[in-house]
Design a protein around this ligand. Sequence first.
Ligand code: 3EB
Length: 347
Amino acid sequence: MGMRERQPSPSPGSAQRVMDPVGHVNLAYVEPAHLPRWLAGSRTYPLAVVSFGSPLSLPVRCPVVHLDLPQLDGPRHCEVWSTVQSVRSYQTGNFSAAVSGDVLFGSISMPEVPAALLDHTTEMAYRDIFRQIGPLGFTHLWRIWNYFPRINEEEHGLERYRRFCVGRHQALAETLPDFPSSLPAGTAVGTRSGPLQIYFLAGAHPVTHIGNPRQVDAYNYPSSYGPRSPSFARATLCRSEAAMQLFIAGTASVVGHESRHQGQPDRQARETITNLQVLIDRAECFEDVPQTQSLFKIYLRNPEHIDLVRRTLQETPLMRSSRLLFLQGDLCRKELLVEIEGLVTRD
Ligand code: 3EB
């Protein structure tokens, strides 16, 4: 079952890298046509690229993930993960990974077959992930993203998101030491089409997962939201010598465990920002360093809401000073219209 190892990425200007901080990943939203120039200019190696909407061919050797989530604003951008250390890429069947220093980016794509329900497909995908990352030595999940189509449709009497939660819970509760406190920050968003796609960052060492005092931990949601609770943390804090990174899970207009502001995208956006700000303020208790860079992906159920939501976000200094990417995606509760995830880096 050997993995096929790809050639290491080219290393322009590697002599200049020694001063760069190690132990953290870079994230940027980059226009595909600018990718080679951006990589050379940033003096980083690509770890992975995520594209949105229709697939496109990208001039990189690292894992590439295509998500059918149309971008709603401006010229098309890709999510580019890169590092200052060299990268090794692996590919086997439906799993690909890239390793750099103490971080691994992994991606798995599971086609759904008519005979299998989504809970089963999800459980298999998560078990595969652990089968792959264990031997590589990256056993600690840091951040995970989940995407699949028809998220709010019923499948044999249970909503597909809830089936997904059942399968994820089954695999993670059995596999993760210290479940649920070791659960990573998560995202689960509905695509227009495609297989079950999961991508993640994993590390050789553990990191800190944190909750949001305004929200019930998702893994403690009451069973009215489904037979198994959603297995994710509100945020994950990764600290290295040089930087602090806060990975913020998909965050919505949920207070306690209840959805707020049904039918009102602007109010949902404001409530979501309050949730984000509370998480960031909490994480800042851990560190006190000045420079901040933040990026957020904003998922909208309804593309017509973009102008209203964008105006609402511009009211806040946090969002005004951040890179934003608007995507159309279905959210895991029918009444949710906006969800925001992000990465805040302080170095
Ligand atoms: C919520 O707070 C909103 O199931 O992985 C956000 C982020 C949500 C991740 C997941 C679900 C997930 O419950 C929904």
